[in-house]
Design a protein around this ligand. Structure first.
Ligand code: FES
Ligand code: FE2
Length: 400
């Protein structure tokens, strides 16, 4: 089970250690990480989740909440899901349709779909209200190949288009903006620090041992470009073997070249990692995204959705079903790995990671984290009350 044949060797003498254990259970650090999440692009949904005027999808992230909706001009808009009166959620469902207005469930203020205030209930109880001044606050958003990204606060990343530019030619071949939802959103809570999920996802070394189906599908052909400028790319070209695993054997049989896809994109699964916590993946039958968010230092949410071609035929449908079975199996296996990895972080006997060349992606991802929050470089557990100031002084020192 040697998966090194496509490996581009990392620089000689690279530092094979990971982040110090304390960073996986520090509440003060989590506060800084949450700020990082808010200043980075997040995948909120796909345009096909809100195909008609008035359709909305909500997206909550560490205390922030957005509504992504289709307005009367058919444009996609993103607003904070916060009423301008006293801050109530305007829509309480995860997904739905508002006829031609958003009506706050608290006291009944009404907003147009373009976010302007249509009116307060019992307006005589207020001085005259400026409809624009009391508009819903917008959330920055950008659509990339059908996926709607939002960013709650300005941050260090460029636009999503610029961020993913080097893969634009490949991504556009999949025509993902024409795809439609399969079976809605999937969310799950996991009893681990969010970074343990990312650590497992950022390397293919564990595939040979822990993912029999993926190993059977593409194991020795797996190849990745580690994180650089906030993006990573991994691909698994199907191996020539028929497949021993029932699902893989049948998937390889049914997955046929998609007529719109270039030859090199068929028989391949491709994953784009988008710093800090999202992945968009493509197979010949589907595209999907997944991401994780912290709830606390030892609890995270994983959120995901899958999209398909609107004109899929029966064979593609079967292949998509089989692909999703392989994927589901992988998710269950990964969940266990994240638990085993995370629980070691509180043991005094754990000496930290010693990474393989096949885990260089973990290192480059951690380098990205360290670039944003240099406190990750501190090996000895700092006092919780010192973490914020210490991080700030490390940033300030960079510029001296
Ligand atoms: S909080 Fe929305 S109407 Fe009062
Ligand atoms: Fe995995």
């Amino acid at each position: 089970m040697d998966n090194t044949k496509n490996l581009k060797r990392p620089p000689k003498g690279w530092d094979r250690s990971g982040l110090p254990g304390w960073t996986y259970h520090s509440s003060a650090l989590l506060d800084l990480e949450i700020e990082m999440f808010k200043t980075h692009w997040q995948v909120a949904c796909h345009i096909s989740d809100i195909p008609n005027i008035g359709n909305f999808k909500t997206f909550d992230l560490c205390g922030e909440r957005a509504i992504i909706l289709r307005d009367t001009n058919f444009d996609v808009k993103a607003f904070h899901n916060i009423c301008r009166h006293r801050g109530s959620r305007l829509v309480t469902k995860d997904q739905g349709t508002c006829k031609n207005a958003l009506i706050c469930p608290f006291h009944g203020w009404v907003y147009n779909l373009d976010g302007t205030l249509r009116g307060a209930s019992q307006p005589k109880s207020f001085p005259p209200l400026d409809k624009n001044e009391f508009s819903l606050r917008t959330v920055e958003h950008e659509i990339w190949n059908g996926f709607v990204f939002v960013r709650f606060k300005k941050g260090p990343q460029p636009s999503v288009k610029e961020l993913l530019n080097k893969y634009e030619a490949e991504a556009s071949g999949y025509k993902m903006s024409e795809q439609i939802p399969t079976d809605g959103f999937w969310t799950e809570t996991s009893p681990v620090n969010w970074k343990s999920i990312r650590d497992v996802d950022n390397e293919g070394y564990h595939v040979a041992m822990a993912h029999p189906a993926l190993q059977d599908l593409y194991g020795s052909n797996y190849y990745d470009e580690s994180y650089k400028d906030g993006i990573s790319r991994s691909e698994g070209k199907f191996t020539a073997s028929k497949g021993r695993h029932w699902g893989v054997r049948n998937y390889k049989k049914f997955s046929k070249p998609h007529k719109d896809l270039p030859k090199e994109s068929n028989q391949t699964w491709v994953y784009y990692g988008i710093f800090p916590n999202s992945v968009i993946a493509m197979t010949p039958e589907t595209s999907l995204f997944y991401q994780e968010f912290p709830i606390s230092t030892d609890k995270s949410i994983i959120r995901s959705a899958t999209y398909k071609y609107p004109n899929e035929d029966r064979q593609q449908k079967v292949a998509r079903y089989l692909a999703s079975r392989i994927d589901r199996e992988t998710v269950v296996e990964d969940k266990q790995l994240t638990i085993w990895s995370n629980e070691s972080m509180v043991s005094d006997a754990f000496d930290g990671f010693y990474l393989s060349d096949l885990e260089y992606g973990v290192r480059t991802y951690h380098d990205h984290l360290r670039a944003i929050l240099p406190i990750y470089n501190i090996q000895k557990t700092p006092k919780e009350s010192d973490i914020r100031d210490l991080n700030k002084s490390l940033i300030d020192n960079r510029y001296q």
